[in-house]
Design a protein around this ligand. Sequence first.
Ligand code: SF4
Length: 328
Amino acid sequence: MDFQLLAQKALRDESLSRDEARSILTASPDEFEPLLDAALHVREFHFGRRVKLCLLLNAQSGICPEDCSYCSQSKISNAPVEKYRLLAPEKIVARAGEAVEAGATRFCMAIAARGATQRDIEQIGHAVEQIKSDPKTAHLEICTSLGLLNEQKCRDLKAAGVDYVNHNLNSGPNFYPKICSTHTFSDRLDTLRNVQSAGLSTCAGGIVGLGETLDDLLDMAFALRELGVTSIPINVLLRIKGVSLENNAPVTGQHALQAMCLMRLTNPRAEVRAAAGREKLGDLQPRVLWPANSLFVDGYLTTPGESAAVVKQWVEAAGFYIEQPVAA
Ligand code: SF4
């Protein structure tokens, strides 16, 4: 496959055919560098060599009634994670200050829940209003990940100043029933449509290494394109002790990168975010910046990650630079 031809199609905003998209996931070791170069071509066109840093807060931890089999916070997980209810607004605001200190320009908060209650929405809304009215933190893009949401809750978040709502598809629709029984793929699509109807930007991605087929990854990539998702986090399964999928086969670095290239070439204008598990790519980790333009720093929901200082070093060594606040 000539991957530069796929890059040209992506730059014209044309959809790849399914066979073209599949060729990204089946690229041979000899085709790996040309594939990364094609992804970089599209990434540079839309995002230059900028890297957006994101900092995450687990605002309610370990008490989810859902049964997602990959998740350390689900009701079927035995992983020893912290358990606490929704943090008070001042704690959320304090973490936003840490995001600024780390050089992040997006602050993401998530709760372990089937879906935020109206009270949760109000409490988070108070925190977001404070973040957006403080000159030190006002420039932060705010993303909330609050489970299933109806349109009114999305409108309330928008009114409080939230910019993005995250709700991952995680995989394709055919595989979804194998990883969760308490809600459906179409429940997730409904939430994403409610987010869009409320005028918020969508953040939705998935996890590589759940046991999915290449077709499931392709289904997810095209579903994200059809939705017009603007931010796509790609996680590599963390095989956390006590979580149902802890014995899954590890994902190779090449496959993880191919999945990120798939997202870049099928969703060329979207931010692609190398999320949890990228640290497992070892020497290949800097290559995530060929397809991805965004990284998390200072850890994930229940697992540690690299510090902002470490990330900045390898980002710059790879020839990229950290995005600065627009109104700084
Ligand atoms: S809904 Fe979210 S927090 Fe709850 S089990 Fe699923 S992934 Fe984990």
